[in-house]
Design a protein around this ligand. Structure first.
Ligand SMILES: Cc1cc2nc3c(=O)[nH]c(=O)nc-3n(C[C@H](O)[C@H](O)[C@H](O)COP(=O)(O)OP(=O)(O)OC[C@H]3O[C@@H](n4cnc5c(N)ncnc54)[C@H](O)[C@@H]3O)c2cc1C
Ligand code: FES
Length: 365
């Protein structure tokens, strides 16, 4: 009896799996959704295409560039657009990235929306001015054993306008086709003819390996600028930067942009390293602090080695330095870049120091 039951269950499961596979294959190779029309921001950009692909890919092909830090894998939650019509129901892969307001407002992850009918979407106006750039590598320099600084002179267009803390998306060749990955712009925003990146090599990582292997003269394609960082124009607003590793990239941009424009402005940079081998730019920032008394810089080592015995700076996680050294004042903005646990711990400290949540900006990576 039990054996017959198990056999029946096995057969039913087998039939179900075979049917699902058949449906997937049919969808992939036989479905014909015909020509579909995509309309962006009430017709400010309209294009026709053959259905079947993703909305993200369709936008890219038609030069509407939106953030897609994971390259369409559905794991970054950056590629959002409000879908006003078409697009079908939201998928379970999308909901973890949505707030309740976004769910109610029809916000979708464009990499998860398959084009099967005409679709009308709304995007922030700012994204419509994002461009594709061609750059030529003009400098590659090792900052530590796993971090490189790369400068790219702009060829076409020849200039970029970006705000401190924004990022670009580099197109890198991958085993299954090109991929996009996000990299913060480390050159100051007043430098318009080149873009500098600070990139940490992720072992086996597609884009970071590609970037680490770039040589002077190589051409690179990227889109941008993207990102929500908004440095206050009010010189009386003090700026707090907290970072670790390659999270230095947007911070270096912010600090240099500040002192180019407001030499007297107050800014405190906190930077976490594991050992002295992970330290870079410290001399440069100490020099900047001599020139601008409003600038303070604190580096901390979280895992000093025996050979680091000469280190006389802070030790411990960087959020502890923030807790120890930052006094509570009112007019402040904070910008953070680094691993998620660092951001989460530092956010709590910054809030306890009286910085409002809406004045705390971060990118986790
Ligand atoms: C807004 C934003 C700005 C960013 N700015 C920078 C920057 O300025 N400099 C910089 O170096 N990076 C930055 N990143 C991270 C960068 O976009 C890539 O995620 C990173 O370089 C890995 O990409 P990859 O293609 O080399 O690795 P992938 O091929 O995507 O991943 C390979 C493997 O490594 C794992 N992995 C992916 N990322 C990491 C990681 N960070 N640490 C450990 N393991 C990982 C993956 O899970 C996978 O198993 C930023 C990310 C965002 C979202
Ligand atoms: S591109 Fe990352 S979630 Fe869509």
């Amino acid at each position: 009896m039990l054996l017959t039951g198990l056999l029946a269950l096995g057969v039913t499961t087998g039939v179900f799996i075979s049917l699902s596979i058949l449906l997937l294959v049919a969808e992939r190779y036989m479905a014909n959704y015909g020509t579909c029309v995509i309309s962006v921001n009430e017709g400010s950009s309209v294009f026709e295409l053959q259905g079947g692909g993703t909305l993200l890919a369709a936008l890219y092909e038609n030069k509407v560039f939106i953030p897609s830090a994971c390259g369409g894998k559905g794991s970054c939650g950056y590629c959002k657009a409000t879908v006003l019509n078409g697009g079908g129901p939201i998928l379970p892969t999308e909901t973890p990235y949505m707030s309740r307001t976004e769910l109610r407002g029809g916000v979708r992850l464009t990499c998860q929306v398959k084009i099967k009918e005409n679709i009308e979407i709304r995007l922030p106006e700012e994204l419509l001015s994002v461009k594709e750039y061609k750059g030529r590598v003009s400098l590659v320099r090792s900052l530590t054993y796993d971090i490189k600084e790369i400068n790219m002179d702009l060829i076409d267009p020849e200039e970029i306008n970006h705000r401190p803390g924004q990022y670009v998306q580099i197109l890198a060749p991958g085993p299954d086709g090109p991929v996009f990955r996000a990299y913060s712009i480390s050159s100051p925003s007043y430098e318009k003819n080149y873009v500098q990146l600070i990139v940490r090599l992720v072992p086996g990582g597609i884009a970071s390996t590609y970037i680490h292997n770039l040589k002077e003269g190589d051409e690179v394609i990227f889109t941008g600028p993207f990102g929500e960082f908004h440095l206050s124009e009010d010189a009386a607003t003090e700026v707090v930067c907290v970072g670790g590793g390659a999270g230095m990239a947007p911070i270096s941009n912010i600090v240099h942009s500040i002192y180019h424009r407001w030499p007297e402005r107050k800014c405190h940079l906190f930077f976490g390293c594991r050992t002295t081998k992970d330290i870079f730019y410290l001399d440069m920032f100490e020099q900047l602090a001599k020139e601008h008394p409003g600038f303070k810089v604190t580096y901390a080592l979280s895992d000093p080695l025996e050979s680091d015995e000469k280190w006389d700076g802070d030790t411990g996680f960087i959020h502890l330095s923030v807790e120890k050294r930052l006094t509570s004042e009112h007019k402040r903005q904070a910008f953070m870049c680094g691993p998620p646990p660092m951001i989460e711990a530092a956010t709590e400290i910054l809030k306890s120091k009286g910085i409002w949540e809406e004045d705390i900006f971060y990118d986790k990576f």
